[in-house]
Write a protein that binds this ligand. Structure first.
Ligand SMILES: [Zn+2]
Ligand SMILES: [Zn+2]
Length: 312
C-alpha cells in the first residue's frame, strides 16, 4: 500500500515538473513577434527627389540606382511587397502623375507618424483616393516610421495572424486596417444588401468615402451601416475620435456590380503590426513586443536586418 502511495506521489511530482517545463516553454513560444525582413529603399545620398519605398519580405537589398518602376519590379521579383512611403512628406513627395504612372505596387502609407509629428505631413488619403480612383487596387497602411523609441507607436495597422506565414497572408488579403490610434471593433459586409457595417469603441465621426475622395455619408456615433448604391466605384470608411483615426481598406464595386472586399466578419482584425520602423534589431524588436504588437518589419535605409539575428 505504502509503495503505491509513493508511486502516486512520484507520478504527481513528475507531472508537475513536466507540466511546469511545458508551461514555461509555451509562455516563451508565445512571447515573440511575427517578423518579416525588409528595408527602406532610399537614394544613397538622398539626392532629390528622394522617393522612399518600404520593401517588405525581401531577402536581398534593392539596387538604389534603379528607377522607381524597376525597384518595384525588383521587389515583386523577390515576392516582396512594395509600399510607397510617406507620399506627402516634403522632399520625398510622390506626385499624383507619378503614382498613376507607376504600376504593380502593393500599397501606400496613408498615415506615417514620423512625418506627421515632424512636418504635419503624415496623412495621405488624398493620394490614396487618386490612386484608387484610377483603378489601382493598393492597400492603405498606417506606420510610425519611428527612428527612436520615443517616436514609436504613433501609427500602425491591425490584422489577424499568428505566425510569419499568416502575417504574409494577412498583408496579401488586405484583411487589416490602418490606424493613427483609433480602433474598429467590427467591420463587415453583407452581400445580399450590399451593406457595409463598422463599429468602434468610442463615439466617432464615421465617414464613407468613394471615387475622387467624395464623402458619401457622415455620421457621429459608435457604429453605422452604409448601403452601396453602385456608382461610388469604391467605398472606404474612416473613423475619427479622441484616439486618432482609422481607415478600412476599400470595398470595390466591380464592373458587373459585385463587391470585392477583404473583411470576413468571423475574422475581425485584432493584432497590431508595424511595417515601417528603424533601429537595431534587439531594442526595436523588444519595444514592439513589450507594447502589445504582434508583428513588425524593421526597414532600415538600404539594409536588410539580418535574418541570422532574428529571435536570438
Ligand atoms: Zn522615409
Ligand atoms: Zn523610414
Amino acid at each position: 500500500m505504502r509503495k503505491i502511495i509513493y508511486l502516486v506521489i512520484s507520478l504527481i511530482i513528475l507531472l508537475l515538473i513536466v507540466g511546469g517545463v511545458f508551461y514555461f516553454w509555451w509562455q516563451r513560444a508565445g512571447d515573440s513577434l511575427c517578423y518579416l525582413t525588409g528595408e527602406e529603399n532610399v537614394h544613397p545620398e538622398h539626392k532629390l527627389p528622394d522617393h522612399h519605398i518600404a520593401a517588405l519580405n525581401i531577402s536581398e537589398h534593392i539596387d538604389n540606382e534603379l528607377t522607381l518602376q524597376q525597384k518595384i519590379d525588383a521587389i515583386n521579383n523577390q515576392s516582396g511587397y512594395a509600399i510607397l512611403a510617406h507620399p506627402n512628406m516634403p522632399k520625398h513627395i510622390y506626385t499624383v502623375p507619378e503614382l498613376l504612372s507607376l504600376t504593380n505596387y502593393f500599397g501606400i502609407e496613408i498615415f506615417n507618424g514620423y512625418c506627421e509629428r515632424k512636418r504635419g505631413k503624415g496623412f495621405a488619403e488624398n493620394k490614396w483616393d487618386a490612386v484608387l480612383t484610377s483603378g489601382k487596387k493598393v492597400w492603405g497602411f498606417g506606420v510610425d516610421d519611428a527612428h527612436m523609441d520615443s517616436w514609436r507607436g504613433y501609427g500602425y495597422s491591425v490584422g489577424n495572424f499568428s505566425d510569419d506565414e499568416s502575417f504574409k497572408e494577412c498583408l496579401e488579403s488586405g484583411e487589416f486596417y490602418a490606424s493613427s490610434g483609433s480602433k474598429f471593433t467590427y467591420i463587415s459586409f453583407y452581400e445580399p444588401l450590399k451593406r457595409i457595417t463598422v463599429k468602434t469603441d468610442k463615439t466617432s465621426w464615421i465617414k464613407f468615402f468613394g471615387k475622387n475622395g467624395t464623402e458619401y455619408y457622415s455620421y457621429y456615433g459608435q457604429g453605422k451601416s452604409y448601403y452601396i448604391q453602385g456608382d461610388e466605384q469604391y467605398i472606404r470608411v474612416r473613423i475619427a475620435n479622441a484616439d486618432g483615426r482609422a481607415w478600412t481598406q476599400p470595398f470595390w464595386i466591380e464592373e458587373n456590380g459585385s463587391v470585392t472586399q477583404p473583411y470576413d466578419v468571423a475574422d475581425l482584425p485584432t493584432n497590431k503590426f508595424n511595417t515601417h520602423c528603424h533601429g537595431v534589431f534587439d531594442t526595436t524588436y523588444d519595444w514592439y513586443l513589450n507594447h502589445g504588437y504582434k508583428g513588425i518589419i524593421i526597414t532600415n535605409y538600404n539594409r536588410i536586418t539580418d535574418l541570422e539575428v532574428k529571435r536570438n
